[in-house]
Design a protein around this ligand. Structure first.
Ligand code: SAH
Length: 206
């Protein structure tokens, strides 16, 4: 870090800051999810596609975004995977994680009670294609990708940092095709038209 010249904080301070930002993010994310979770649970699930593969990928994702970084943040484990602190990377991570938080809020507001943490269709499920859903088909997964990327920048530990990309990446690639098939089976032409005019994660690109 000394070659960058940010000497007003020691490496230990920067590591502590990265851990504090991560904790603030997790609490903020929990707060954002609390109400939509309660609201959505009031609406019955009409159909579900929760397969064993889906449960497995949710567990991997939860470990990579939550458990592995939490172990590093709160205990002395994995410290052998720490790398030298670079404040610029930590600050980029902090900014990205705040953007992710904002995007979570926007997507939850747009999806409302149609949200589910797994592959479910609510009774009388409506296809949301407005607001942020006009830009991409999976803005909540965009927010998760941002979270995973932010984690890699923010936490100066190879294991805790990159676990999110591996964990969420596994969930994303195992789930997204299945989710789109489920939506197409339910909404037919309407979903095919919607897919034809939107990308998955990055507006206009991917
Ligand atoms: N893939 C979306 C939603 C994630 S939540 C995103 O990334 O923003 C997962 C649930 O949302 C799925 O079970 C599905 O029922 C529901 N869902 C996904 N896309 C939807 C849409 N455009 N309109 C309504 N519900 C949708």
């Amino acid at each position: 870090m000394s070659d960058i010249g940010w000497k007003f904080m020691s490496d230990g301070d920067w590591i502590l800051l990265s851990k504090v930002v991560w904790c603030i993010f997790i609490v903020g994310w929990g707060i954002i999810r609390y109400r939509p979770n309660r609201q959505a649970r009031k609406v019955k699930i009409g159909k579900t596609s929760r397969t064993l593969k889906e449960r497995f990928s949710m567990a991997i994702s939860f470990s990579g975004l939550g458990i592995v970084p939490a172990i590093w943040v709160f205990s002395g484990y994995f410290e052998q995977f720490n790398y030298s602190v670079n404040p610029v990377l930590i600050l980029i991570g902090a900014v990205l994680i705040l953007v992710a938080l904002r995007l979570f809020r926007i997507t939850h507001k747009a999806l409302g009670a149609m949200w589910s943490h797994s592959l479910d269709l609510r009774e009388d499920h409506k296809l949301v294609t407005k607001g942020i859903y006009e830009k991409v088909r999976h803005p909540m997964y965009s927010a998760f990708w941002l979270w995973a990327l932010a984690q890699a920048f923010l936490l100066p530990n190879l294991l805790a940092g990159f676990a999110g990309l591996v964990g969420f990446g596994t969930l994303y690639f195992l789930r997204v095709g299945q989710e789109e098939t489920m939506m197409e089976d339910e909404f037919g032409e309407q979903y095919r038209d919607y897919s034809a005019r939107t990308k998955r994660i990055i507006p206009g690109i991917y």
